[in-house]
Design a protein around this ligand. Sequence first.
Ligand code: NAD
Ligand code: MG
Length: 403
Amino acid sequence: MTIPQTARTLARSLTVLGSTGSVGLSTLDIVRHSRATYGEDALPLQALTAHSNVAALAQQAREFHPRLAVIGDESKFQALKEALAGTGVEVAAGRDAVIEAASRPSDIVMLAIVGTAGLAPALAAVKRGAVIALANKECIVAAGDFFRAAAAQANATIIPVDSEHNAAFQVLDPGQAHAIERLTLTASGGPFREWARERMASATPEQAISHPNWSMGAKISVDSATLMNKGLELIEAHFLFSLPPEKLGVLVHPQSVVHCLVSYIDGSTLAHLSAPDMRTPIAHAIGWPQRISSPSRRLDLAALQKLTFENADAQRFPCLGLATECLRAGGHAPTILNAANEVAVQAFLGRRIGFLDIPRVVEETLATDRNASNGETSDLDAVLAVDGRARSVAKDICRTMAA
Ligand code: NAD
Ligand code: MG
């Protein structure tokens, strides 16, 4: 008897790292939908991990029955243990336990932790040759060469979840890589697309995280408001698809319907369209190479009537230019850019610096740490050292600005 492909696809086990975040919740919505659509055995869960929200993690574990639930914050072990008493779910806590969760055998690992904190768990999953559904972009920006080499060595499969990269993965013909003229990522433009710089100077965290089209975690929402998100995504695309900087571009597309365009030497441009709903790229990454059902919003182009495109304004959004320079410079520049940006965004969210200080912190950190930009990136210790030093430089700069 032949097992239908879809049944085989849905029998694969899943680990969700960062299950309580925006991408984590959407991933579990796909699991919920798959079990309702295809049967309750669909997508058995190996592990769920979260950083500090015990109540949300415990509630997820009760609904989805993973073998293991891990809370990153060690001080919350007892609370999680009590919340899951009698459920049969194994409980663990701490940074190493999150890494251990990634190491446990599961077919697919959804990497939905935010920031460079996702790097060590990602590498643990990579090393055992898992399929990685990669939502976290910071780890590939910070350690691109190393991450790519580790994946190739362990025969791990990386399926991009970031909507633009998932779109590129779908329309890019790997057999014709030499014939790609340009890969264009679209950007919504964020909540400040039409704001003058003077107005941005007093933008609050609440204004920065209220994104017009996507509902996302705080860090990526601020990155979308500065356009650093698109800069990080250019670097992500460079590493994921082995394309040189000059073949990568950005277009502002406020409707967020076209996610990526790939143009070939014969004049053809292939685009991917979907409603702005992360459950579509998540379902694609989990189901790949099959297609599985998703409850995502559907496209209604007639209701939308028009799709518009414009160039990004580098004057008002200097983060995009900084990221492009780091992409071209290579070496450790993307690692420094990413670390400084993580620090600056935290400082902004904590109201210690202003919105326009974010690019200043990044620029000053890059200037202070310029010599570090030339090193090799294929050595993890070197990457972590550069990341740590850039963070400490950026924190000093934030302190000076706040004073
Ligand atoms: P989020 O802040 O909503 O969630 C982050 C998750 O990571 C939470 O579960 C949190 O508990 C966990 N976490 C945070 N710090 C941790 C740590 N130190 N150790 C272990 N776990 C930790 O973030 P998000 O919006 O879901 O984004 C997650 C990643 O996906 C980011 O890298 C983001 O750039 C990328 N991404 C998100 C979206 C989106 O729509 N939200 C789209 C594309 C890409
Ligand atoms: Mg994206």
